[in-house]
Design a protein around this ligand. Structure first.
Ligand SMILES: [Zn+2]
Length: 309
């Protein structure tokens, strides 16, 4: 009897300790795993990394973890973070940047929700874990930065409706445009991976020729939308890949670089080619991000750097 009572006592004590733990850290039930991801994301910023973009700081934007019912909003307070629980701002499982009151926030599913979703989406493919989630949070924080600092330029890049359907309906169904894009993407992948700057130049010269040919095949709307994805999502994907490289450098190729030349329907291919353009420009002029305001496309900066315009 005594032993049972003691065990019960220990269990109760552990229970009290858990309750105290939650109250003391004020996490309102946000999992330790999600908190650890947030802390890891913040530590990457503290290690001196705004990735070169002036004014960009992850900690400027609250990160709301959505568990399928509620948001757990983690806000950086200067020397630590606070967590607040609220009714979910949007009820769907996706990571995004979203305006809340007078500012932008990163909205993301909890790691538990996200990994189960990604597991279903990429069955047999690469897994989704802590490092991927940290990189995703940085990707969305970069969209918060774009929307906060450069709202006018965001509107100018794509003033029309952002309708992925026109990509699928036009760019993806024109065999000649698809073939040209595939050649261009292969050149970008090579330029990202090659050591020799002269070879980068050759790749970009050829890329430009193919691009001029391809532009003749597409409508103004599709060209504008491609530019939007390449410029806005490509730079966010670049941030994501930079973070991923800091966490898992040996997996950068498999996760990001090897897929640059992969063709897929819809918008995701431009995320990859846009990211590649940022990486190539890093090689030619690592300071390109200082003062970059999204009013120009990254490929134009590359052309200028190489004296092609
Ligand atoms: Zn994005």
């Amino acid at each position: 009897m005594k032993e049972v009572t003691m065990k019960k006592g220990i269990i109760i004590l552990i229970g009290i300790a858990l309750v105290i733990g939650v109250v003391a850290t004020g996490t309102y039930g946000l999992s330790q795993e999600d908190l650890a991801i947030y802390q890891q994301a913040v530590e990457l910023e503290e290690s001196g990394s705004n990735m070169g973009f002036e004014g960009f700081a992850l900690t400027d934007y609250p990160v709301a973890f959505y568990d399928g019912d509620r948001d757990y909003v983690v806000t950086w307070e200067g020397d630590g973070y606070s967590v607040k629980k609220r009714r979910a701002v949007i009820n769907f499982i996706a990571a995004t940047a979203y305006p809340v009151d007078d500012h932008y926030e990163v909205l993301t599913p909890t790691i538990q929700k996200m990994s189960s979703l990604m597991g279903i989406m990429s069955a047999g493919g690469m897994g989704y874990g802590v490092e991927e989630h940290t990189a995703t949070i940085w990707h969305e924080a970069f969209h918060c930065y774009q929307a906060t600092y450069f709202p006018e330029n965001m509107d100018v890049i794509c003033s029309g409706e952002i309708d992925e359907g026109i990509i699928a309906g036009e760019a993806d169904t024109n065999p000649q445009a698809v073939s040209l894009f595939q050649q261009q993407a292969r050149l970008l992948e090579e330029a990202v991976k090659v050591e020799d700057v002269d070879r980068i130049r050759e790749c970009i010269v050829r890329y430009k020729e193919l691009d001029e040919e391809r532009m003749l095949l597409l409508s103004k709307e599709v060209i504008a939308l491609e530019d939007y994805y390449t410029r806005v999502e490509g730079t966010a994907c670049y941030i994501e890949a930079c973070i991923y490289k800091m966490l898992l450098p040996e997996q950068l190729d498999g996760r990001y670089l090897d897929g640059i030349s992969e063709y897929s329907g819809g918008s995701s291919k431009y995320y990859r080619t846009g990211m590649a353009q940022c990486m190539i420009l890093d090689r030619l002029n690592p300071n390109w991000k200082v003062g970059f305001d999204f009013s120009e496309s990254v490929i134009d900066l590359i052309y200028r750097e190489l004296g092609l315009v």
